[in-house]
Write a protein that binds this ligand. Structure first.
Ligand SMILES: Nc1ncnc2c1ncn2[C@@H]1O[C@H](COP(=O)(O)OP(=O)(O)OP(=O)(O)O)[C@@H](O)[C@H]1O
Ligand SMILES: [Mg+2]
Length: 436
């Protein structure tokens, strides 16, 4: 058998196997492109959980006819120029792979227009085969329609689950991207019913409440810096925990949603002894560090990263989170003591009896505070209700101002679709918040 180089269509299909494993992955890639294009409004339409139709429309910068054609070529990207840029990535995309991959495994349509163009450009691709390029009507921004995902990859199609399951994954993917971007107006419709509606709001806290519902209520704000590293977000106070571990951790590194074992381990350690076994806190954390200190090019879906100084980072996180948890716990305990004026053990009033002794475990706390760190840590500690409301996003060059966006939608609420379980909307997991 002779060795030969594969044709582009086959290469794209192989890449699609890694990048686009289900409708949710295609949606994630398209939304990330809209975010990178500075969109302040994103509208998503889905049919059959995304299996039949995915349409993502944005009001971003759009593409010229030439760029639109190029974007369908493998490794064509506007986001990096050379290998050096790989170590200082500030955009969500950088490989130039997503659009051609998706187009190779679907019936694909792109309509895009820049603000200076007289008209939009429409490109049709069918299973990786270019069908047509033509001028078209269309407003500034980009609309991509993906029909019948995997219609030409029957093996992959067979692995797709029910509409409900695919929709649940799709909404999770959307929520993860939009949770930390309150300046983006988002609407998602499934089979013509609105399933997510989150207009522009001022703070991350307001967006979190909109998207996560009850799960985001009562969280305590956390903020800390160590040299060029900073962390901010909101976490469950001691005594508030859930029965499920999935969908409780919203971790972002330089505004990229990640599933990172080092960060998860740090969170677990921070809550050690403060939470009963088998229960999980809700954690929304934004870790920002110099792009050259983190490698994002380690996973096809770009949801895993590698840190240069992982020990330093995790020690900083443990200390910051633990400090906030203990401070809030102490304040509540002192308040409770003052009110009752009866001698009682120093424990948080929201602390379940079963885990009280471990809460103030002195050896653990002092071991943590003795963690070696190269730069001083500052952790700002706030009472839950007040600061969490002030938990504002910092500016980001990739993110445009939301000031000009008008919310024109008649609906201003996140609507529950009755035909699917609550969990798909991210409102509740299998158990309600437990206040003990
Ligand atoms: N919604 C959009 N608005 C404006 N430009 C877009 C949009 N979607 C894609 N593009 C352009 O098409 C290019 C290719 O997109 P694609 O998603 O394939 O690659 P990428 O985002 O650069 O990298 P990655 O494969 O890591 O996502 C992008 O670099 C961008 O210039
Ligand atoms: Mg992309």
């Amino acid at each position: 058998m002779s060795v030969r180089v594969l044709d582009d269509k086959t290469i794209n299909k192989i890449a699609a196997g890694e990048v686009v494993e289900r409708p949710a992955a295609a949606i994630r890639e398209l939304i990330q492109n809209s975010i990178d294009a500075q969109a302040t409004k994103i509208f998503v339409e889905l049919e059959s959980g995304g299996k039949k139709l995915i349409r993502v429309r944005d009001n971003g910068i759009g593409m010229s006819p030439e760029d639109a054609t190029l974007s369908l070529q493998r490794h064509a990207t506007s986001k990096i120029r050379s290998d050096k840029d790989l170590f200082s990535i500030s955009s969500l995309g950088f490989r130039g792979e997503a659009v051609p991959s998706i187009a190779s495994v679907s019936r694909f349509e792109m309509i895009t227009r820049t603000k200076d163009a007289e008209h939009a450009t429409k490109i049709l691709v069918d299973g990786g085969n270019h069908v047509s390029n033509s001028p078209s009507a269309g407003s500034v921004g980009t609309q991509i329609t993906v029909r019948n995902l995997f219609y030409n990859v029957p093996v992959r199609q067979k692995f797709l689950r029910t509409d409900g399951t695919e929709l649940a994954h799709s909404i999770d993917a959307i929520n993860r991207e939009l949770l930390i971007r309150p300046h983006i107006d988002i609407e998602v419709r499934h089979n013509r019913s609105t399933v997510v509606r989150a207009p522009v709001v001022d703070t991350l806290a307001q967006r979190a409440e909109k998207i996560l519902g009850n799960q985001a209520k009562g969280l305590i704000a956390v903020e800390g810096t160590m040299g060029a590293i900073s962390v901010r977000g909101a976490i469950s106070p001691v005594g508030v925990h859930r029965a499920t571990g999935g969908n409780n951790s919203y971790l972002y590194v330089n505004k990229r949603f990640v599933k990172d074992t080092a960060l998860r381990r740090a969170i677990k350690e921070a809550y050690q002894g403060l939470i009963p076994k088998g229960r999980f806190p809700t954690v929304i954390l934004l870790v920002d560090l110099p792009p050259e200190d983190v490698d994002v090019n380690v996973h096809p879906a770009k949801i895993e990263v590698r840190f240069k100084r992982v020990k330093e980072l995790t020690a900083f996180l443990v200390k910051t989170l633990r400090g906030v948890l203990q401070e809030i716990g102490i304040k509540r305990a002192v308040e409770a003591k003052r009110v009752s004026a009866v001698p009682q053990p120093v424990v948080s009033p929201v602390q379940p009896a079963s885990i009280q002794p471990a809460l103030w475990e002195p050896s653990r706390a002092s071991a943590l505070s003795a963690a070696p760190l190269s730069a001083p840590i500052t952790a700002d500690i706030h009472q839950p209700s007040s600061l969490f409301q002030d938990w504002k996003p910092s500016s980001n060059v990739m993110e445009a101002s939301a000031a000009s966006v008008q919310d024109t939608s008649p609906q201003d609420t996140q609507t529950r679709n009755r035909s699917f379980p609550d969990s798909i909307l991210g409102f509740t997991q299998d158990a309600p918040l437990k206040e003990s």
